[in-house]
Design a protein. Structure first.
Lengths: 638, 373
């Protein structure tokens, strides 16, 4: 045996000694016999099982077969409703009518559908969906062909009813969004279950369901909103026409009602404040991460999508220049510009590169040692010697050029990633973008090029490769406003399960570790942001407001960058810039943080800040009511 | 050159026609089985001629493939084996990476045909095990067993990942039978089975939720009358209501009233049991026993270890199909998508089964006069 094993494989395969071969043949014969005996024994067990069912249990099972005139029909649960934080209805279920075809009773289904198309409008989409559903259903089950029939359509069909056996108008509940456009990018919408959904859904749970959440809250909380299927049993005759509904019915469990943290009044005012200009705004409560308002302008009517949008409507939305379907909150790409300065300044302090009182001389031009290219300030001749507070207040580029250059890109991106830049915030919506936090690794991965110090300099004023989503920026501002405690933004505030008398407020996630090491560093940056609103770039923004506001403007040139040159893509002065404003108030103990981003405008102070002020004015009465006094300590200090 | 090839092809086809290398008892058994399959399908599909004809066409395709494979000498098959095995594993890896298929990634789309590479392994797996053991001293040692185990585990793991547990078990089984037939010592088999039983609780954690559900449903089908439980309850009612003599052809109410799901594919045995009763079931099982016995007889008379192990493993795999499908429809085993061989509606499995029988026919034809043809 040993000798054989050391032989090359192929040889031993071909030239096995005769004795060996005989031995193996005999061995196989014994094994084959043993295998056959085992097989026969197993099949005898199977035969015994069959005889157990077919002889011992025959009478019982035959009786059940005879009684098997009972069909189990699924009962779709009512989808949970969606409210704002004050109980204003955002998504509801309303009664509607649909057209159902029962293949078994209709006979030739394709012909029926073709003839129906002469009476009622039936689109190709309807037919595709109908055929897909038909494969999943039993032939005695009704399959929806058209949803949300108009009264005229119902009347038209009723006249021709006699010609269509097996076709029925069936009442059902359909989803409706009473506030329409205002919540299209947050609540989202449901749509008909299509083939791509079938694989992801539990066939049993969705046996009676026609719609599923496609975007927004409707999608991310699908499991909570859907509820649990119920069923009823129907006795049928031999041709399984229904005779009666049997008493043992299991009622469906409706989905949970969801209460969002959004205040729909604040949402409405915020959206109106944009006056149709493209952009986005996010309003957060820094104390808990609740989203108080979040708008993406322009928007669209989500009701169009519920029962299948016509291709003309869809094409119009898709082709519109201002991209109403784009969720700017989650996937908008904005250059943060000067709104990044407070964070860069904080990084300089926290990394020990600057003390709050350290000053930098702004001459209007900044040079990297040994290079001739000038990086400019906004004012010719510069601002003179400025410390951090002044640099933030007046948005002095030189201060941030110099501190970023000292920091280097690695420490720069390392520190700023603490505020969540370059990664999704983790809000309870799907499809969030990551933006771009400039870093050596990112550039290597994206362009496969090395990093240049000049890119660090412009990154210091929020330009260059920087991309943020409005939600990311708001999350960072809110984290700063909370003295450095990050709280993941979220929309779902409370849940009312079936049977609950009142909605149960969800517990908050435990606080994460504070990301700011020294409170004195925080204070220096906060003073700068207060000065922005008091006497700096956004002077008029806080006038007459009872609380101290801390803020920062951002005005980024709408440049597109080619290799070495910068090209402005728009000439008109009122559209030359991408403008932003970030703020929070009360400055010491913030209860609200606001970020406004506009795709085109003159400057952050003139265009974005007024929108933020409107948000604060709308929010104020409620806040004062909640804290119980109009003249707060904060207001008196001002 | 081309003329020559055509002439050669013509010669071979006419030779195959005049003197087919087919084992008549086995062929007879298979034809009888296919006839029963088509008859049952006609009833189960509610007298849908279209389905019966398309299934018959697949049988014709499978039988042609069988006749073609029967002309290939086992020595050639043996030489190709490692390549065939490697190719099917590569295809499997491609499917795992790029595969498409609803929910489960099993299909490879070659534009012209779509097929499941896992189906190929039902044949190439026992071939590979037979090829490997053919070159080793038998009965196998632990080391041999270890390598054979790896040859089985890699593709079986890939298939299980798709996820297609049923096929993974069939493929792993066909390899394991090869090892069993090679004469692995009984005490080693005992140890392996014990180790396997010990690993079951661990493996449970790797199952998908829907797979766990199927097993749990088996224990208490009434808990889920709309989903998995429905299958088991309705199938048991169909089988049991058939009684001793059955309700008669096309009189099974369970399938006709569509209480029984998948009644032309995985649950066609229930329709057969309902319409032909225990007597029909036992006769059908007897037919399978005959076919398996004939296959094992062919295996025992094969000329070398490779042919023996391959033929033996293929025949024993056939048993697994019958056992798993029968166990499933009687509520003994969980619902896994294993068809009843040559009775269930479906092309891939019919063709791959008949290809396997083609290998058996070849081994039978070349039993005394190796290398001819």
């Amino acid at each position: 045996m040993k000798r054989l094993r050391s032989r090359p494989l192929k040889r031993s395969a071909r030239y096995k000694p005769i004795g060996e071969a005989r031995f193996e043949a005999a061995l196989f014969g014994r094994r084959a016999l043993a295998g056959f005996v085992i097989i026969v024994l197993c099949l005898i067990v199977l035969g015994v099982r069959f005889s157990f069912l077919q002889v011992r249990q025959h009478e019982e099972l035959a009786a059940r077969s005879d009684a098997n005139r009972v069909l189990t029909r699924p009962l779709a649960p009512a989808r949970g409703l969606i409210y704002d934080r004050n109980g204003v209805l955002l998504a509801e279920n309303v009664a509607a009518f649909r057209l159902e075809v029962t293949p078994e009773q209709a006979g030739d289904v394709q012909a029926t559908v073709t003839r129906l198309a002469d009476v009622l409008p039936v689109s190709d989409d309807d037919i595709t969906r109908f055929n897909a559903l038909r494969k999943r259903k039993r032939s005695y089950e009704g399959i929806p062909l058209r949803l949300k029939l108009s009264e005229e359509e119902i009347a038209k069909f009723s006249i021709n009813r006699w010609a269509f056996p097996g076709v029925e108008v069936v009442p059902y509940l359909t989803r409706s969004y009473p506030l329409g456009e205002e919540f299209a990018h947050t609540v989202g919408y449901v749509g008909r279950i299509d083939e791509s959904d079938l694989g992801n859904l539990d066939a049993g749970e969705y046996a009676g369901t026609t719609h599923v959440g496609k975007t927004g809250i409707e999608r991310s909380y699908e499991a909570r909103l859907h509820g649990h299927v119920g069923y009823e049993k129907i006795e049928v005759n031999a041709d399984h026409r229904p005779l009666r509904v049997l008493p043992d019915r299991v009622a469906p469990v409706p989905g949970d009602n969801l209460y969002l943290s959004i205040d729909s009044h604040l949402q409405e005012v915020t959206e109106a404040a944009f006056q149709g200009r493209s952009g986005a705004a996010v309003v957060l409560d820094p104390r808990n991460g609740e989203v108080l308002a979040m708008v993406s302008v322009p928007s669209f009517d989500p009701n169009l999508f519920v029962n299948g949008i016509s291709s003309a409507d869809y094409k119009a939305l898709l082709d519109a220049d201002n991209k109403p379907l784009l969720n700017r909150l989650l996937r908008g790409t904005y250059t943060p510009g000067s709104t990044m300065k407070p964070f860069v300044g904080l990084a300089g302090l926290e990394l020990g590169l600057r003390k709050p009182e350290d000053t930098v001389l702004s001459t209007g031009e900044f040079f990297i040692p040994g290079q001739s290219r000038a990086y400019r300030d906004d004012v010719r001749g510069g601002f003179g010697r400025v410390n951090l507070t002044e640099a933030i207040a007046k948005s002095v580029n030189t201060y941030f050029y110099s501190v970023s250059l000292d920091m280097g890109i690695d420490r720069f991106s390392g520190y700023l990633s603490r505020f969540g830049f370059g990664q999704p915030t983790g809000i309870d919506l799907l499809g969030e973008g990551s933006g771009v936090l400039p870093s050596r690794e990112w550039k290597r991965a994206r362009f496969n090029k090395p990093w240049f110090p000049g890119e660090t300099v412009i990154a210091g004023i929020g330009q260059g490769y920087w991309v943020v989503t409005p939600l990311q920026l708001a999350n960072a501002v809110s984290t700063f406003a909370a003295h450095g405690v990050p709280r993941t933004p979220h929309l779902l505030r409370a849940v009312q399960a079936d049977g609950d008398e009142r909605p149960q407020v969800l517990p908050l996630a435990p606080d994460q570790a504070n990301i700011i090491d020294k409170p004195s560093n925080w204070l220096a940056v906060q003073r700068g942001m207060i000065a922005v609103v008091d006497a700096g770039t956004a002077r008029t923004m806080g006038e007459g407001f009872p609380y101290t506001i801390a803020g920062k403007t951002g005005t980024a040139e709408r440049y597109s960058r080619t290799d070495d040159t910068w090209t402005s893509i728009s000439a008109s002065p009122i559209e030359r810039h991408q403008v932003l404003f970030e703020c929070f108030t009360p400055a010491d103990d913030a209860r609200i943080a606001v970020v406004v981003a506009l795709e085109a405008g003159r400057s952050g102070a003139t265009d974005a800040a007024p929108i933020a002020r409107k948000v604060l004015d709308t929010w104020l009465p409620g806040d004062q009511q909640r804290i119980g006094t109009v003249a707060s300590a904060d207001g008196a200090a001002r | 050159m081309i003329d020559e090839a055509i002439a050669q092809l013509r010669y071979r086809v006419s030779a195959a026609w005049r003197k087919p290398r087919l084992d008549m008892p086995l062929l007879g058994g298979l034809l009888l089985l296919m006839g029963i399959g088509l008859g049952t399908l006609y009833s189960a599909s509610d007298l849908d001629r279209g389905q019966v004809i398309s299934q018959a066409l697949r049988f014709v395709l499978g039988l042609t493939l069988m006749a073609a494979i029967s002309r290939i000498p086992p020595t050639s098959l043996r030489n190709w084996t490692p390549w065939l095995y490697a190719a099917s594993v590569v295809l499997l890896v491609i499917v795992v990476i790029h595969g498409e298929g609803r929910g489960a990634n099993r299909w490879l789309d070659l534009k012209v045909v779509r097929f499941q590479p896992s189906e190929l392994l039902k044949l190439t797996m026992p071939m590979m095990i037979a090829w490997y053991l053919n070159g080793r001293p038998l009965p196998p040692s632990w080391a041999t067993l270890g390598i054979a185990g790896a040859l089985i585990a890699i593709p079986a793991g890939l298939i299980a990942k798709q996820p297609d547990l049923g096929t993974a078990l069939l493929v792993a089984g066909s390899g394991a039978f090869g090892i069993f037939l090679s004469g692995l010592a009984w005490w080693r088999i005992g140890l392996l089975l014990a180790a396997f039983a010990g690993a079951v609780p661990v493996g449970w954690h790797f199952l998908h939720d829907y797979q766990k559900n199927r097993v749990l449903t088996l224990l208490n089908p009434e808990a889920d009358p709309l989903g998995n439980g429905w299958h088991i309850i309705q199938s048991k009612i169909a089988v049991g209501s058939g009684g001793l003599w059955g309700k008669g052809w096309h009189h099974g109410t369970q399938s006709r009233l569509e209480f029984l799901p998948e009644h032309t594919t995985d649950f066609i045995f229930s329709v057969f049991a309902e319409e032909w009763g225990l007597v029909g079931v036992l006769l059908l099982l007897a037919l399978y026993v005959f076919i398996i016995a004939r296959c094992l007889w062919i295996a025992a008379n094969a000329k070398d270890t490779y042919s023996r192990l391959l033929a033996g493993a293929i025949s024993m795999s056939l048993f697994v199909y019958v056992m798993v499908n029968g166990g499933m429809i009687t509520g003994m085993l969980p619902v896994v998508g294993v068809p009843l061989p040559l009775v269930s509606y479906g092309g891939t499995s019919a063709v791959s089964l008949l290809a396997g029988f083609g290998v058996l026919m070849s081994i039978h034809a070349h039993r005394r006069n190796p290398g001819a043809g």
